[in-house]
Design a protein around this ligand. Structure first.
Ligand SMILES: Cc1ncc(COP(=O)(O)O)c(C=O)c1O
Length: 447
């Protein structure tokens, strides 16, 4: 492992961690599915950073689009009309689910969630918002309160008007289900009860990741999203799909809701829209909600909304995704490489409790015991208590792979244009990392 602790890094206040000297690789360049450190070390990026480099690093078409825009006009206030902003909006609307004809641009996912909830509350005048346990929606005020995992706890004031419910999760069913069909039916019945008991007239919106990302890579059973759509329609609740992590081809479709043929009222996006080359997020707005603001002003905005360089990057990225068939490539990556490859690893490693995913987004959930499903380490474990995941991380880095580890899970989400041979190399390294994890279960790997 090439581990460079750069003094200057200590001047940076780092998110989600204790402050102080760190021993992490320092990356100075990238190419395709790899990032490179200053000593010539080359690492396979098996999590697309934080699942955003959907087209890998330094994609020539995105870089060229940014450069071209930088030569012309680097920045412009959001109040003026901009050719590149309009073109980005046109291309986003073109690939979006039906009925979402306008785009409110932000500089990232959390900001977009804040605006989606504000749009919903102003549209129907109701106070509460429903969100799922095991979800992540961002770290600003409303979005962290919507978040349904321990990342919320330290910031929760208990006063955000958020009500959490259980989504569909076949591996750890909250409803004792034994089949995906049963889980779908029971999760929808539970959601309906929550809506009825909270009072539909008090609920403005329901925010849901159509495939849960960083809180567990949970793919809902077929029909669940359609059921949620129907419940929202029946009770006048704005359905907000949080596609920040799964939008723009990650799951093998332009948007994850496409798998269930569903059109939400608002779709929140960021990350993959331009592979994160310049910060960009936004909200796709349905026609009835847009209509609300044709007679009264929308009372919010941001200096950098629809930044020209970020929009240029989106134009380059969406054009490349369209011409390179990225949605189909992601689907094939799941069915031909990651799905079967990870299932094979699960068969030989007792620490693997579950492998699940879709397209280019998978997770390997590590447990102490497959029968009880007890996680390999407890929630929020650090130091010695987190030794299993530290061992996994070290094994990966030592072999030139940057993994994405969250809690007791290794998330597998390489760039969607990763080559088959690089994907195979990544799986072989994970095989070794899982052998390290196995030692904490008291059971040996099966070769
Ligand atoms: C589903 C989801 N929503 C919202 C966010 C917040 O986006 P950002 O980090 O760009 O603010 C994230 C970030 O990982 C996410 O995964």
């Amino acid at each position: 492992m090439t581990s460079v602790t750069v003094d200057l890094d200590e001047l940076v206040f780092h998110p989600w961690t204790v402050q102080g000297p760190r021993a992490v690789p320092t990356f100075v360049s990238g190419s395709g599915s790899h990032v490179l450190d200053g000593d010539g070390g080359r690492y396979l990026d098996f999590g697309s950073q934080l699942v955003f480099t959907n087209l890998g690093h330094q994609h020539p078409r995105i870089v060229a689009a940014i450069k071209e825009q930088a030569d012309r006009l680097c920045t412009l206030a959001p109040g003026y009309s901009s050719d590149i902003r309009g073109e980005a909006a046109r291309m986003i609307v073109e690939v979006a689910p039906e009925g979402l004809g306008h785009v409110l641009f932000t500089t990232g996912g959390t900001e977009a969630i804040e605006h989606a909830v504000r749009l919903a509350r102003l549209h129907n005048g109701r106070p509460k918002v429903l969100a799922a346990y095991r979800s992540y929606h961002g770290s600003t005020t409303t979005s962290i309160h919507l978040t349904g995992d321990p990342r919320r706890w330290a910031s929760d004031t208990g006063a955000a008007g958020v009500v959490h419910f259980f989504g569909a999760f076949p591996y750890r069913s909250a409803f004792g289900s034994t089949t995906p069909e049963e889980e779908c039916e029971r999760a929808l019945a539970h959601l309906e009860q929550v809506i009825l008991l909270e009072g539909p007239s008090t609920i403005s919106a329901l925010v849901l990741e159509p495939v849960t990302g960083s809180s567990g890579v949970i793919v809902p059973p077929a029909g669940y999203l359609r059921g949620v759509r129907d419940l929202c329609t029946r009770h006048g609740i704005v359905f907000i799909a949080d596609e920040v992590l799964v939008g723009f081809c990650r799951t093998g479709a332009w948007f994850a809701v496409d798998h269930d043929g569903v059109s939400p009222d608002l779709v929140v996006f960021a990350k993959g829209v331009n592979s994160g080359y310049v910060p960009l997020g936004g909200v796709l707005v349905s026609d009835p909600i847009h209509e609300t603001f044709t007679s009264r002003p929308y009372p919010a905005g941001m200096t950098y909304s629809g930044h020209p360089l970020a929009c240029a990057a989106a134009v380059g990225a969406i054009g490349a995704m369209r011409d390179e068939g990225t949605a189909a490539a992601a689907s094939r990556l799941g069915t031909d490489m990651l799905g079967p490859g990870l299932a094979k690893l699960a068969a030989s490693h007792p620490s693997v409790g579950d492998v699940r995913g879709i397209g280019g987004l998978w997770t390997v959930e590590l447990v102490r015991d497959r029968e009880t499903k007890e996680p390999l380490m407890s929630i929020g474990a650090t130091g010695e208590a987190n030794a299993p995941m530290t061992a996994v991380l070290k094994t990966c880095l030592d072999r030139g792979l940057v993994p994405l580890i969250l809690g007791n899970r290794i998330h597998v989400a390489p760039p969607l244009n990763v080559s088959d041979s690089d994907a195979a190399t990544g799986l072989a390294i994970l095989d070794e990392a899982l052998a390290a994890a196995d030692t904490f279960t008291g059971q040996a790997s099966v070769s």
